[in-house]
Design a protein around this ligand. Sequence first.
Ligand code: GAR
Length: 239
Amino acid sequence: MAKKINIGTLISGGGTNLQAIIDACRDNRIDAKILFTGSDTPGVKGLERAKKVGIDTFIVDYSKIIRSCKKGINKKHLPKDFNLEEILSKQQLVETHASKEQTAFFLKSRAIAEKILLDHILDYNIDLLVLAGFMRVLTPYFIDRINTVPGKYKIMNIHPALLPSFPGTDGYGDTFRYGCKIGGCTVHFIDYGEDTGPIIGQKAFEIADDDTLDDIKRKGLKKEWELYPHCIQKFADCL
Ligand code: GAR
């Protein structure tokens, strides 16, 4: 067995992908150890899955943070090393038609949440951060503090569609509504755009004419549980 890589995981919900990775680590199917599971939402089942096997957990309650930002953000709320001009010049998340104020609010409020995430994450020495159903975009403020070696990506994500088709929050829904006959999932690295980073692996499945959205989700998740551990091992093999 090769040396194990240390991974951190972020989730927002049920955590079936997290469970697939936990199982793959436990069975030595991948050379990896999970050091923590963080969630943007309190009380989700994925946190229980982590706790059950003794993985450290933490919560950064994004909804609460964003609600409180809506009352007003002043300089003392922002991370000391936050530079709006720099983040604006790098970010590819907010559409160009959004107003300057909307864009600034989005980037500032997310950076406030991301600083708290970083305070948790940087306590650990991880080789890779794995987004396992984490339903928040990450801004350059966060990404640059994880990807500290130029050209080396350290954040991996799973997306429920065959990218570059159907980026965004509802990959299987978009696949279903478009009437696709093939669906799939993609594991990719995170860059400054939404679901635009380099692709590590993909798996596809056939969609029958009478498949419902639930059928597509079921077929897709089954593929995700195979694909994610495989891609993590691919990363470990390259370290
Ligand atoms: C998965 O289908 C994953 O691809 C998707 O959320 C689901 C999480 O399920 N992720 C995204 O849409 C990311 N934008 P899980 O909590 O059971 O692993």
